[in-house]
Design a protein around this ligand. Structure first.
Ligand code: GLA
Length: 763
């Protein structure tokens, strides 16, 4: 017996010692709020109170919008409350590195929110109220609030906190439109650790590619008011092909309280492969190292030849008697001379810049042969002008100001982007719309009810002349409601006047954004109510003597893809707003299979604007947070989807990678194909998705997407994709022929990357 007791006692002593001197480990310092949330539709101040019994409310997952999980919330916009109960153990404080503050993180909230802890208002829209007697006030109206990560940091002795006891968190949410509710990342309660004070900003500075070298700067910012940080910064670069290490450096880095330090490093590697770049800052005693990972840019596509090559679609639609402007997109060195065989009556071609202009009165199909010639050769292309009732026969390509400038857009920013569109050569690939999003409207209409531009846009006619003079087109933005999402004047009850104003200004494109129309609509779940304002604006646009591409923006409500074309839309947003993260890209892009049957010439599902290059939604921009592979995926998917290609980046800041990404003629041809089929997802297994789009010439464009974090060697039988012939295969990003596919497709696909091919049946 004694023999048995002794080891048990020693084990107990050992376990006691271990637990007594243990330092906190990941997980010990955090209370997960992933499970246990309840939701109730409506708005009632009593729902904040700790004594309120919410047990009868519906359960909800805080990672997804309420529309995507609760039937009773489908298409619901407006108020709802969330509640959750949790205990904050005292040990949380004792185990912490600092032990002075606690944070409550909610993830993102679509759109605006007020958060109450134990019945008292904690803050709203990411602003903490230090006054513990604050009372709820106005908290709507912030159109960007959906993108804020909500985090409330409280001193540990804040009277609203109950240590060792049950706490009740109540969140009052208002959804302005589209998706609503608390969404990713996961909500939690934790002590504020080093990682919360130490910001590692790897996105402020781009990778610079110089010869064989990659040069990169990252910034470390110590947000603590009194504590200096002394740790090790490690940077590691590994190949995504075989995991081999290309570079590693470690340095001791001291960052004084409140200071920022910058760290530059250089590694050399061929710029035609994918690399993972990891940054780790570690301080002894902290629970987590600060960690970030990025993908370095690399170029797959060979440069365009100097000889002329006519890019762009094979067909263009215009209404009879309406002004036509089409710039022949052609790559190759300048000067270039453009010519054509017989042009339809009323159309002129400017031989120096390739602008086709004029108007054609008679409906019909006009096939012409366009030619571009330079000192090295010439290229010809058969081009069809279809004069009829349908315009925008292939997806619009161009730029929109929102994802870069947000509400700070101005005349000068639109002009500089337009100049860059031309000077960078993007225009030579068919990128042509320059669309002004929200933020251009004046506060008041004229006495005759006309909409005016604000001081940032001094002369719309002059701007439109400038844009057209570059061979580009000008787009504008409004709302069917009294106000736009940004709080500017909308077109409600002024539709006909506004359409006329825009036509007078020479506008070519309108994005019409639901926004405050939710206050007018009687019932947002009724189809008729959803369609009504869009039909009114359609009728107004039909009265003007100008082709204005009509973009419906109402975030997909009421399954807009099934009726967007019926109300005269050329494109219709199928989703809430995109941001430059892999999560947002995948949630939006890879759910588009639901709408594939509705794309057609002149009518496209719109998964929102692009998130490559420098973006930011306001005055401060950063290079997209997507890795290079994620950007190849983004462009490939949007092309396969026949989606509008509207760049959302500052065009005056384009690097070689981004230009290459946006000027691959074979990839863009997939998007601009005249059939306008939208790819179907034909395979979705084990983190590999395959999407296939039918092309007008009988070939297939096929994207093999790797949703995994690791390189994947794929080998998929053609039969599993519904393909049953021998195919000639071409890798579209690398612009190289591959071995014929008879039985399977084999490829290595980078993490979050794509293998995009075009396959022609051999017989
Ligand atoms: C909504 C739209 C965005 C943008 C903003 C402008 O959020 O979805 O694309 O137009 O409004 O305020």
């Amino acid at each position: 017996m004694k023999k048995l007791i002794q080891p048990i006692v020693s084990l107990l002593i050992f376990t006691f010692l271990l637990s007594a001197c243990r330092s906190p480990r990941p997980g010990d310092d955090i209370i997960s709020l992933e499970k246990g949330w309840k939701i109730q539709k409506g708005d009632n101040p009593e729902w904040a109170l700790p004594g309120y019994d919410a047990s009868g409310w519906q359960s909800i997952d805080p990672h997804k919008t309420w529309e995507t999980q609760l039937k009773s919330f489908s298409s619901y916009d407006g108020y709802a409350w969330y509640r959750i109960n949790f205990i904050i153990p005292k040990e949380l404080k004792d185990n912490a590195y600092f032990g002075d503050s606690l944070q409550i993180s909610l993830g993102r909230v679509d759109d605006t929110e007020q958060t109450f802890l134990n019945g008292q208002l904690l803050g709203q829209n990411n602003v903490l109220f230090t006054d513990t007697s604050a009372v709820p006030g106005k908290f709507e109206g912030d159109s960007l609030a959906y993108s804020y990560y909500r985090k409330y940091v409280l001193p540990v002795d804040d009277p609203r906190l109950k240590w060792g006891k049950l706490n009740i968190l109540a969140v009052r949410v208002h959804d302005h439109g589209g998706g609503g509710g608390i969404t990713n990342p996961s909500p939690s309660v934790s002590m504020v650790d080093i990682k919360d004070y130490l910001a590692m900003n790897v996105h402020a500075d781009p990778f610079e590619l110089k010869g064989e070298n990659y040069i990169k700067t990252i910034r470390l910012i110590n947000g603590h008011h009194s504590e200096d940080f002394d740790g090790e910064l490690t940077v590691r670069v590994t190949s995504n092909n075989d995991g081999s290490e290309l570079y590693e450096s470690t340095e001791q880095v001291i960052i004084s309280a409140g200071e920022e330090t910058q760290h530059m490093f250089t590694f050399s590697a061929p710029q035609t492969e994918s690399y993972k770049v990891e940054y780790i800052y570690n301080i002894d005693g902290s629970v987590y190292p600060v960690y970030q990972v990025q993908g370095a840019p690399y170029i797959l596509t060979p440069p365009a030849p100097d000889e002329p090559r006519i890019n762009g679609p094979a067909i263009f639609g215009v209404r009879p008697g309406h002004p036509l402007l089409y710039t022949i997109p052609a790559s190759g060195i300048r000067p270039m001379v453009f010519s054509s065989d017989t042009l339809p009556p009323g159309i002129m071609l400017d031989s120096t810049n390739g602008f086709l202009r004029g108007e054609i009165r008679k409906k019909g199909e006009y096939n012409i042969t366009l030619t571009a010639a330079n000192a090295l050769g010439e290229d010809s292309k058969i081009f069809t002008i279809r004069v009829g009732d349908t315009i925008q026969l292939t997806p619009p390509m161009g730029w929109n100001s929102w994802n870069c400038w947000g509400l700070t857009v101005s005349d000068e920013k639109v002009r500089s982007s337009a100049r860059a569109m031309v000077e960078s050569g993007l225009v030579n690939y068919g990128w042509s719309f320059m669309n002004i999003d929200d933020g251009w409207e004046a506060d008041e209409r004229t006495r005759r009810g006309e909409l005016l531009s604000n001081e940032k846009f001094p002369d719309m006619n002059a701007l439109s002349d400038y844009i057209h003079g570059l061979g580009l087109k000008l787009g504008i933005y409004s709302s069917p409601g009294p106000l736009t999402c940004g709080g500017y004047l909308g077109s409600y009850k002024h539709e006909y006047t506004d359409a006329r104003t825009w036509a007078d200004w020479g506008i070519d494109y309108l994005k019409h954004d639901w926004c405050s129309y939710r206050l007018i609509a009687e019932n947002e779940t009724e189809l008729e109510e959803l369609q009504k304002p869009y039909i009114i604006m359609r009728n107004a646009l039909d009265r003007v003597n100008r082709d204005i591409v009509y973009s419906l923006c109402q975030y997909g409500m009421g399954d807009v893809s099934s009726w967007g074309a019926d109300v005269g839309g050329n494109l219709w947003r199928t989703t809430y707003d995109i941001v430059d993260t892999w999560e947002s890209l995948t949630n939006i892009g890879f759910s588009q299979y639901k709408h594939s049957s509705h794309a057609r010439p002149g009518g496209f599902n719109d998964p929102d604007m692009m998130i490559v290059g420098w973006v930011g939604w306001g005055p401060d921009l950063h290079p997209t947070r997507l890795t290079a592979d994620e950007q190849y995926t983004h462009v490939s998917l949007w092309c396969l989807l026949s989606a509008p290609l509207l760049l959302g980046n500052d065009l005056s800041r384009l690097d070689d990678f981004t230009i290459s990404l946006l000027t691959n003629n074979e990839v863009l041809e997939v998007n601009q194909d005249a059939l306008c089929d939208q790819a179907d997802r034909v395979y979705n297994q084990d983190s590999i998705q395959v999407w296939i789009k039918d092309m007008a010439d009988g070939s297939k464009a096929v994207g093999f997407f790797n949703m995994d974090e690791e390189l994947r060697e794929i080998s998929i039988p053609l039969g599993a994709l519904g393909l049953d012939e021998t195919y000639r295969v071409r890798d579209l990003w690398r612009q190289q022929d591959e071995a014929n596919a008879t039985d399977r497709i084999n490829a290595s696909v980078y993490p979050h990357g794509v293998y995009l091919v075009r396959m022609w049946p051999e017989n």
